[in-house]
Design a protein around this ligand. Structure first.
Ligand code: 5GP
Length: 181
């Protein structure tokens, strides 16, 4: 069976099949159910990449909770700072809340750091991080990431919500690029 796929100039092969992903999502859900019981956590899913992870995770969260969605809008800041990411779409009052950020992937960690800074100004009681994927070797900042479904090498991946140039988000498995120059 051919388990490779071509997206534009890149070829990808299945690296994490759906069943393996779901087993780890289940484990993370159980950890959250145990740790955050009684706290009515607000899950903040970071679009677009985390939509599939959020869906499968939330189906396995059995404690009372809420879920909402945010986006990071990149805009060109002043020349010295370059691209700045702004969090948009938060309609909830975070004051005193237990917040769980739901991300697709933490790479350098700079995006997550920016998110934490932004959400921190809204006076939540606590912020936890749940990520589907972590590239530990690329992490540049000190982050307390409590819930990690899977740790992966530095290679570029697509599928299960993650895209290459807008494509591949619909794949149920995770694919890794092959023959990368
Ligand atoms: P960071 O700020 O942690 O370096 O980057 C996080 C963002 O980079 C993710 O939200 C995702 O959009 C993108 N990213 C990092 N690695 C990958 C990857 O292997 N595949 C895809 N599709 N996106 C990635």
């Amino acid at each position: 069976m051919d388990n490779t796929v071509q997206i534009k100039d890149k070829r990808f092969a299945v690296s994490i099949p759906e069943a393996d992903i779901l087993r780890e999502v289940e484990r993370v859900a159980e950890e959250i159910n145990r740790d955050l019981a009684g706290k009515n956590p607000l899950f903040l899913s970071v679009l677009n990449g985390s939509f599939m992870f959020t869906s499968d995770l939330m189906k396995r969260i059995t404690i009372p909770c809420e879920v909402s969605f945010v986006k990071l809008a990149s805009y060109q800041g002043i020349a010295t700072t370059g691209k700045v990411k702004e969090v948009i779409g938060i309609n909830e009052d975070l004051t005193g809340r237990t917040v769980v950020i739901v991300e697709d992937i933490v790479d350098t960690g700079l995006t997550m750091q920016r998110l934490l800074e932004s959400l921190g100004t809204r006076r939540p009681k606590e912020i936890h991080i749940a990520t589907l994927l972590l590239k530990p070797d690329k992490l540049q900042v000190d982050l307390n990431i409590e819930y990690v479904a899977m740790r992966i090498p530095n290679d570029f991946i697509v599928g299960y919500g993650l895209d290459y140039d807008g494509l591949g988000r619909n794949f149920k498995d995770i694919y890794t690029v092959i023959n990368e120059e």
